[in-house]
Write a protein that binds this ligand. Structure first.
Ligand code: PGA
Length: 252
């Protein structure tokens, strides 16, 4: 049975003390919950990761970074490597978020390198894919997502691909308050799973966790997560308040 996941992508938000309070509140709430086959992952900014992994040691959540460099080490001022993340017990990393593709020109070639490096350092990529509004309006959303997968995670051998978590995040739904309908999410998740079956095999496809992201909140999470191929969510804005985030975790 594939693992269900709710991951919080905090983006560039919170001061240190706010971050500490939010993580502690979430940790406390999780203590009282039965998390059957469900993982909760928090992805705060880099500077709070070690504090988060310290708290996580005694709690029921895992910690992920929001980005990392594709190189092993060296003269890359301002960058963070996979081995640095691994050395402070970070187990996941978001790769290919649309904001990084858009604002930092991250292309599929670079993202393929990042995914590879992460896996070689025992960090599970949460790989984001998703079409822009224009792609959807033109009716080329399946092709767009297929290319994003073909050029990156589908370059991995099966053994490595099995470490990847996919997040389908239609760009038009991110931070807009307009979520994909459950039918739109299910249709794309099914499509992605079928492509995985075609590229690898049906068992690998069955075991791959595919998250939905884009204006997911405590009101729409239940119906989105009920879809057979939606295995949880990557949550932005609604992961910044403990009650709201915990309500989303409870909807799984
Ligand atoms: P949102 O962001 O939930 O604020 O739409 C999701 C994401 O960017 O991962």
């Amino acid at each position: 049975m594939r693992t269900k996941i709710v991951a919080g992508n905090w983006k560039m938000n919170k001061t240190f003390s706010e971050a500490e309070n939010l993580i502690s509140d979430i940790a406390e709430a999780l203590d009282d919950m039965e998390l059957n086959n469900t993982e909760v992952i928090l992805c705060p900014p880099f500077v709070y990761l070690e504090m988060a992994t310290d708290i996580a040691e005694e709690s029921k959540f895992g910690v992920g970074a929001q980005n990392m460099n594709d190189h092993e080490f060296g003269a890359f001022t301002g960058e963070i490597s996979a081995s640095m993340l691994n050395s402070i017990e970070v187990k996941y990393v978001i790769i290919g978020h649309s904001e990084r593709r858009q604002h930092y020109q991250e292309n599929n070639e670079l993202l393929a390198g990042k995914v590879n490096t992460a896996i070689h350092h025992q960090i599970q990529p949460i790989f984001c894919c998703g079409e822009k509004l224009a792609d959807r309006e033109e009716g080329i959303y399946f092709e767009t997502v297929k290319k994003q997968l073909d050029d990156t995670v589908f370059q991995l051998p099966s053994e490595h691909f099995q470490k990847v978590i996919i997040a389908y995040e239609p760009v038009w739904a991110i931070g807009t308050g307009v979520n994909a309908t459950p039918e739109q999410a299910q249709e794309m998740h099914r499509y992605i799973r079928d492509r995985i079956a075609e590229k690898y095999d049906p068992q690998v496809a069955e075991n791959t966790t595919i998250l939905y992201g884009g204006s997911c909140n405590s009101k729409n999470a239940g119906v989105l997560f009920m879809q057979p191929d939606v295995d949880g969510g990557l949550i932005g804005g609604s992961s910044l308040k403990a009650d709201e985030f915990i309500a989303i975790v409870s909807s799984l």
